[in-house]
Design a protein around this ligand. Structure first.
Ligand SMILES: Nc1ncnc2c1ncn2[C@@H]1O[C@H](COP(=O)(O)OP(=O)(O)OP(=O)(O)O)[C@@H](O)[C@H]1O
Ligand SMILES: [Mg+2]
Length: 331
């Protein structure tokens, strides 16, 4: 549904995007993460035709956006809905009329557009708020009106730029739940830009990490999270911070630092890891921290063991690796 091939975008001397190849199949929710300046907004601007690529192609539902201008571009844009971090609703219009606005611009009759807007407000759970003005709505409700408005032209693709970063945790959950149910009910393809790893974990089927304008990593969420030693995997399923007191209590008797071994739960399970560690006398009491999630029915995450000496840590890693489990010394 979304296809980027060899996308490159330069601004003067700045290379914002370079050699971007990305495919998002229909009905998938794809997340894009990356540090500030990585090129995320530029990518989304290329997808909407707001920026034109320096080279490469951007196609949505088989139409090459980068090739269009004027009425062709307007037509292509109708298949794209946009949701922003801050919704800019028209203050002088009710929720209903805000949602109907894009249809008004498209020349849809009043009766038809109001009926459609009412239906969309029902879908986003705001059927009873149709006559409220933006000032009478909460941040999350406004965001939902913004999503309903983005859906008015029945887009095939929904592009979301930090849709939840201005919202509190429970409102974020509601918005994410809504986006997922829209995908399930309408089959819409969703691209979400976010700096919140929790957003990726909760609703994305696949994820891309952008770094310095390039794709540093891309794949199905479960595969990316399972990759041993991957930085993105560590960001996606972070280990809880370890207190200094915890560390003091496990410091090796000979030295001043604890010997830590980190195990990736990938293609294996917690009991298998524990059995393997037990074979060299390392029991569950040696687990200092762990973060385990179940994604697509598989356990993914990491466990950090602490052992008494460097030799013990080598022995543990050897035993785990012999059982096909990825382990590394942790700092
Ligand atoms: N219109 C522009 N003119 C010149 N340089 C630009 C322009 N837009 C973006 N850039 C540069 O391109 C690079 C990527 O910017 P972009 O806005 O895509 O980053 P981002 O990943 O969205 O960052 P953030 O998380 O801070 O929003 C940056 O180095 C930025 O300075
Ligand atoms: Mg940005």
């Amino acid at each position: 549904m979304i296809e980027l091939r060899g996308l490159r975008k330069v601004f003067g001397d700045t290379v914002a995007l370079e050699e971007i190849d990305l495919s998002v199949p229909a009905g998938e929710i794809h997340g894009i993460v990356g540090r500030s300046g990585a090129g995320k907004s530029t990518l989304i601007r290329c997808l909407t035709g707001l920026d034109s690529p320096s080279s490469g192609t951007v196609s949505i539902d088989g139409t090459d956006i980068s090739d269009q201008s004027g009425s062709g571009l307007r037509e292509a844009r109708r298949s794209i809905g946009m949701v922003f971090q801050h919704v800019n609703l028209l203050d002088s219009r009710t929720a209903l009329k805000n949602v109907a606005h894009p249809l008004e611009i498209a020349g849809v009759s009043k009766k038809e557009r109001l009926a459609k807007a009412r239906e969309l407000l029902e879908i986003v759970g705001l059927g009873d708020r149709a006559d409220n003005y933006p000032a009478q709505l909460s941040g999350g409700q406004k965001q939902r009106v913004g999503i309903a408005r983005a859906l008015a032209a029945e887009p095939k693709v929904l592009l979301c730029d930090e849709p939840s970063s201005a919202l509190d945790a429970s409102t974020t959950d509601q918005i994410l739940g809504l986006i997922r149910s829209l995908r399930d009910r309408l089959g819409i393809t969703v691209l979400i830009i976010t700096h919140e790893m929790s957003v990726i974990r909760e609703i994305c089927d696949s994820v891309t990490l952008l770094a310095d304008g390039r794709v540093a990593k891309t794949g199905k969420l479960a595969e990316v999270i399972s990759e041993p030693g991957s930085t993105l995997a560590k960001d996606l399923v972070p280990l809880p911070p370890i207190g200094l007191d915890d560390l003091d209590s496990v410091k090796g008797s000979a030295g001043t630092s604890a010997n830590l071994v980190e195990v990736a739960l990938a293609g294996t399970s917690l009991p298998k890891v524990l059995n393997s560690a037990q074979s060299v006398g390392v029991g569950a009491e040696a687990i200092l921290a762990g973060a385990v999630e179940t994604i697509e029915g598989k356990q993914v995450g990491r466990i950090r063991f602490t052992v008494r000496s460097a030799a013990a840590s080598k022995e543990l890693i050897t035993a785990l690796e012999a059982d096909g489990i990825y382990a590394e010394e942790a700092a």
